[in-house]
Write a protein that binds this ligand. Structure first.
Ligand code: ADP
Ligand code: MG
Length: 261
């Protein structure tokens, strides 16, 4: 990515019902940005807009000259159809379609690249496993292997560390850091505020609209987190929106820390 990713008063939604309202701003090439907010805040909707699978209802998203082949997308694991009868090898190999095309075949060198990607995420020996047999952590490792193969300038990760073991988180965060050091632009929707504080210099706090956006330490204050929850509940009459967010212990921690911001 050479030009910024820009949001121009963008509204995204489904069947004309807005889910993300009036977002404006830009993400610099090479940024490492966390997107946080309660359940239903619009994080996944925003990501679908960025990767081009959801067209804006109003406004525009400019991807800085990138086309869809330069963008790698790791969907929320609930959005992956685990019953699809495909092996780990073939699933990860779809990350090469960017260079080979759908009907292009895998070509020379493809199997080496897939083997290297599987090794990088610790899935050696899993080539022939059906994806439906993987644990949550293994599934997430496989999704990261596909992103690795895509070799994209913009990487969009939707809740990549949810419901996985600590070891897997550590391994996969190392990959995120590597992509950042390679000057790729990385966006990730996350729930663990400690993980965000430790690894993501910038944060967008979203609650259907932007609540705060900037340096992580300035965005993740107790006041902003409460405001995000309040805004999200106001939007969602069924109150499916917020759940218990942010987790109480983290909120207390944030309240304590806010004295130092
Ligand atoms: N495929 C969909 N069809 C209709 N409404 C949706 C769809 N996906 C999400 N929504 C709605 O859009 C809003 C934002 O959801 P989402 O982007 O999934 O939030 P988050 O990822 O932050 O939890 C919610 O009210 C949700 O119910
Ligand atoms: Mg989501």
């Amino acid at each position: 990515m050479t030009a910024p990713l820009q949001f121009k008063d963008v509204t995204l939604g489904y069947d004309r019902h807005p889910a993300v309202h009036h977002l404006s701003g830009e993400i610099a090439p090479g940024a490492l940005l966390a997107v946080v907010g309660p359940n239903g805040a619009g994080k996944s909707t925003l990501f679908r807009g960025i990767v081009g699978i959801l067209k804006p209802l109003a406004g525009a998203i400019m991807t800085g000259g990138l086309d869809s082949r330069d963008i790698a997308y790791l969907p929320q694991s609930v959005d992956v159809d685990r019953s699809f009868p495909i092996s780990v090898y073939d699933f990860v190999g779809t990350g090469l379609w960017r260079s080979t095309g759908f009907f292009g075949g895998m070509g020379n060198g493809a199997s080496d690249r897939i083997a290297r990607a599987l090794a990088a995420v610790g899935l050696n020996g899993f080539e022939n496993r059906a994806i439906g047999t993987l644990s949550g952590g293994q599934m997430q490792r496989m999704l990261f292997a596909r992103v690795l193969l895509q070799d994209a300038r913009l990487i969009v990760l939707d809740e990549p560390f949810n419901a996985i073991d600590a070891r897997t988180s550590v391994d996969l965060i190392a990959l995120v850091r590597r992509w950042h050091s390679e000057k790729r632009t990385v966006l990730a929707a996350l729930h663990d505020m400690d993980l965000v504080r430790a690894n993501f210099p910038e944060t967008l706090l979203l609650a259907r609209g932007p609540v705060a956006w900037g340096a992580t330490s300035e965005v993740l204050t107790a006041e902003n987190l409460l405001e995000a929850r309040r805004m999200c509940e106001a939007f969602d009459e069924s109150n499916s929106c917020a759940g218990r967010w942010p987790p109480r212990s983290r909120l207390r921690w944030a309240a304590h820390q806010s004295a130092y911001f």
